[in-house]
Design a protein around this ligand. Sequence first.
Ligand code: TK8
Length: 353
Amino acid sequence: MRMNTWLKRLAAGVVLPGVLLLGACGNDGGGTTKTGSASTEGVQVRTIKAGIGNSETHPQGQGMIKFKELVEEKSGGKMKVQNFFDATLGDDQKMTEALQAGMQEVTVPSTSPLVGTIKEFGIYDFPFVFNSEEEAYAVLDGAVGQKLLDKLPGHDLVGLGYWENGFRNLTNSKHPVETAADFKGLKIRTMQNEVHLDAFSKLGANPSPMAFSEVFTALETGTVDGQENPLATIQTQKYFEVQDYLSITKHVYTPFVFLVSKKFWDGLSEEEQKIMSEAAQEAGKYQRELNQKENEKALKTLKEEGMKINEVTPEEMEKMKEIIQPVTDEYAKKFGADLVEEMMAEVEKVRGN
Ligand code: TK8
């Protein structure tokens, strides 16, 4: 299937101009790279199909465009990235399965729906663990983050690092959520993740797990009253059109994880793997910075769009955290107390304790 499309594109001359194609096949020993500074001798002509759930205008979409530019530049135009946005290739779980089957090369899902495959990723879903992006980066880019990435190859996936979805905030169509009691009875869409599900239940809400691309319609038709996502997503998905209230709950930080199909990865040369890995990391750095900026801007835009926005006091956040604590404790045991301790120690280090 993939090969077919690839051949068709090649025949149509879409993938590469003839000159480069000859360069890739020929072995005249000189001038194999037309563009890019490094030699690309160990690089073949390849098409990388990459899909994400968010739109092209979302910082994640912009990160994918950066990834595409970098791969094409570093490979002298031999490796092409085809980006698919807005879950056109499927939602996070479906795309991850397509990678495992070798039908798609790249996806960058939230870590949360991955818990069905590797339960330990659930440690990132504990509410109110991180107070800032920097605390999250210390964990993700450190030993704990690497330990989780190391589990991926056992599931036909390769992880090239973490990008940023970010701190999640609650929107709903009923009322402002200022206190823990305000969650009572709210029907809230959550990601497909048991920690999120149990945490919202504990707060008295009525959560239902749902894939990302179904959320807008569910909000519009009133199947659910609310949802929670970072501000850039609330803006780019236009949830403000169907939600009146935005409460800055910052209840949990969600990472994106950059995934490659292991079947595809194992067929790459060392040089090609290096290109992919460097591009994913450089684009990730760009994506995180952009994400922080865009989240700030989104708050202003959402206000202009007429959303009624409220802050939540640190005291109320603390109360919410206390209510949820039994859920966190229960799952910490399931995911591994040592791992959770290591994560918390890393956070404390950033806090200077
Ligand atoms: C996009 C999702 C999204 C996530 C969600 O594929 O499902 O609410 O926050 O960003 O990963």
